[in-house]
Design a protein around this ligand. Structure first.
Ligand SMILES: *[C@@H]1O[C@H](CO)[C@@H](O)[C@H](O)[C@H]1NC(C)=O
Ligand SMILES: *[C@@H]1O[C@H](CO)[C@@H](O)[C@H](O)[C@H]1NC(C)=O
Length: 256
């Protein structure tokens, strides 16, 4: 009677020992882990180590937000957006695209850099009405608050389609079938329509383009590839998508 539980226990132990994987998982060394201007935390011990980097407000960890230890004891590489490898992680300032191009109006002050918290005010010259936001503030997600300011006098068939921050426009006639073309400042990616045509119904085809920095801020696995792949840009035509990418600031954790 007493022997039965014993046999059971031994059997269980044998079965369990056999079932548990016996691969050797080496832990990555912590001495190579550092971030200039920020802090890090070890967020997971099992099955492997993950280090998360944190920067002060208004900054982001570059080129990666975290590093993962592989099973051979190597940290994931510090891949830069251009495909290179960085030597170390640094905190960089988050900036918004250049807001200073306003036709028939002025933007003040002229900021050298457009950092988080910086604001601009937009005023239109005499005879033009402002559409969009009179003031805009650079937000921690790298976007300006409010709407693109546009100065218009209503004299054309379609309203002035504006020049969103970080973009340039060619085409300044807004009659039926007139076309405007946009491109982004160096280093920025376009979401929305690069080309818009004035239609009979007084509306432009497509959606207002937006130009954003290719900072690796937001490592949401399913989205990051879309964001970084040039060929996939056309698929990201909705500005709503950008909201999702830029949700990164809320993901940050502080050091315990
Ligand atoms: C822009 O923001 C930075 C960082 O907060 C600040 O140091 C700078 O003075 C601001 N510039 C202006 C013109 O407000
Ligand atoms: C309206 O603005 C356009 C340029 O956008 C200008 O050519 C035109 O003369 C203006 N019309 C009036 C009535 O001010």
């Amino acid at each position: 009677m007493l022997a039965v539980p014993w046999i059971f226990t031994i059997l269980t132990l044998l079965l369990c020992a056999d079932a548990s994987p016996r691969r050797s998982t080496a832990d990555c060394a912590m001495d190579s882990i550092k971030i200039k201007g920020g802090s890090y935390s070890l967020t997971s011990m099992s099955p492997s180590r993950v280090v998360k980097y944190t920067c002060p407000q208004g900054m982001y960890p570059y080129p990666v937000q975290s590093q993962k230890c592989d099973r051979y004891g190597r940290w994931s590489p510090l891949r830069t957006p251009t495909g290179g490898t960085a030597r170390e992680v640094v905190c960089k300032w988050i900036s918004c695209p250049d807001p200073s191009r306003l036709e028939h109006g002025s933007v003040e002050p002229m900021l050298g850099e457009n950092l988080v918290g910086n604001s601009t005010s937009n005023t239109c010259f005499e005879g033009y009405q402002l559409r969009g936001s009179p003031t805009r503030t650079c937000q921690p997600n790298g976007k300006w608050s409010g709407e693109t300011p546009i100065c218009d006098n209503g004299s054309e068939h379609c309203p002035n389609p504006g020049t969103p921050p970080g973009s340039r426009r060619s085409g300044d006639r807004f009659g039926i079938d007139d076309k405007v073309t946009y491109w982004c400042d160096r280093g920025l990616f376009m979401f929305g329509s690069a080309e818009r045509v004035c239609q009979e119904n007084h509306e432009w085809t497509g959606t207002e383009p937006a130009c954003y920095c290719e900072c690796r801020l937001h490592r949401m696995p399913s989205l990051i590839n879309i964001y970084h792949s040039k060929s996939a840009q056309k698929r990201c035509s909705s500005p709503m998508v950008i909201h999702t990418y830029y949700a990164f600031t809320l993901v940050y954790h502080s050091m315990p």
